[in-house]
Design a protein around this ligand. Structure first.
Ligand code: ADP
Ligand code: MG
Length: 258
């Protein structure tokens, strides 16, 4: 770690950004009791090749910001651009992994993953091929016909990841992807993801990850945006100098954990 900077200095003057959120505001009506300001003029950029962490306390508006970037909500103020174009709704270029996995319990692993491609009108044979490749990539080989309830939390989140990656998005947004998992499972999944990322095997260009876990942010991210609460805004930015390789878990030890 080598520098902490005032947020405006590093955050956002380049033109090749994949995501650029400018002055994003979000308020919720409290039904006669005024409004709750959740986001206050948030600026975030995400450049190709980066893993950026959004670190903040529970309730600080991290998920709200992520949803705005994903096009799942239209913020009350400010703009969000993806590849230089305003975000008007969900797009295939931006995929989301949720804390709670958000799988369909009545669908198998393969069907859950294929679903990501159905919306894009990909032909069934191609869908199957790509879904199997994503399942294989994320370490779910052999579980194609399993239902979510038959899987551990870590495996379910792998399905969530495969479903996000199968569309080959440019940007992967992850909302506390490991926080529903026990520490060992979380560590294994983090390590696997970092391995894939460092080996260039992830079909994506950048990751924005929400977390409230500072160690996780430091371990995974090139840049961390510290989010303050009430209202949520970026109060500091930290660049992390990572040792190479990023994977710090010794493979022999890892084999014992698995
Ligand atoms: P975080 O992800 O940092 O925990 P959230 O973005 O989920 O924070 O929520 C920030 C605040 O906004 C919380 O106080 C939450 O209760 C409120 N909030 C989030 N979504 C809604 C909504 N749809 N309607 C009203 N309030 C909401
Ligand atoms: Mg949240």
């Amino acid at each position: 770690m080598d520098s902490i900077t005032e947020t405006s200095a590093l955050n956002g003057n380049r033109s090749d950004a994949l995501v650029r959120a400018r002055q994003v505001c979000q308020s919720y009506d409290k039904g006669g009791a005024g409004s709750l300001v959740v986001l206050d003029k948030v600026d975030v950029t995400l450049d190709p090749g980066e893993i950026v962490g959004l670190l903040g306390r529970s309730g600080s508006g991290k998920s709200t910001l992520l949803r705005a970037i994903a096009g799942l909500i239209q913020p009350s103020g400010g703009t969000v651009e993806f590849c230089g174009r305003p975000v008007a709704g969900p797009s295939a270029g931006v995929a989301v992994v949720f804390q709670s996995f958000a799988l369909f319990p009545w669908l198998t692993v393969l069907e859950n993953v294929e679903l990501g491609l159905e919306a894009q009108g990909v032909a069934p044979a191609e869908r199957r091929k790509r879904a199997l490749a994503a399942i294989d990539l994320i370490g779910l080989d052999g579980f194609e016909s399993a239902y979510p309830k038959e899987l551990s939390g870590g495996m379910r989140q792998r399905v969530g990841l495969a479903r996000a990656l199968v569309v080959h998005p440019k940007v992967l947004l992850m909302d506390e992807p490991f926080s529903a998992l026990d520490v060992l499972t979380a560590e294994t999944l983090r390590t696997d993801l970092l391995d894939l990322w460092c080996e260039g095997r992830m079909p994506i260009e950048a990751i924005l990850m929400v977390t409230h876990n500072i160690e996780e942010a430091v371990l995974m991210c090139d840049r961390i945006l510290l989010f303050g609460s009430n209202p949520g805004r970026v109060i500091a930015e930290l660049r992390v100098e990572l040792p190479q390789p990023r994977n710090r878990l010794d493979p022999a030890f890892r084999a014992l954990v698995d």
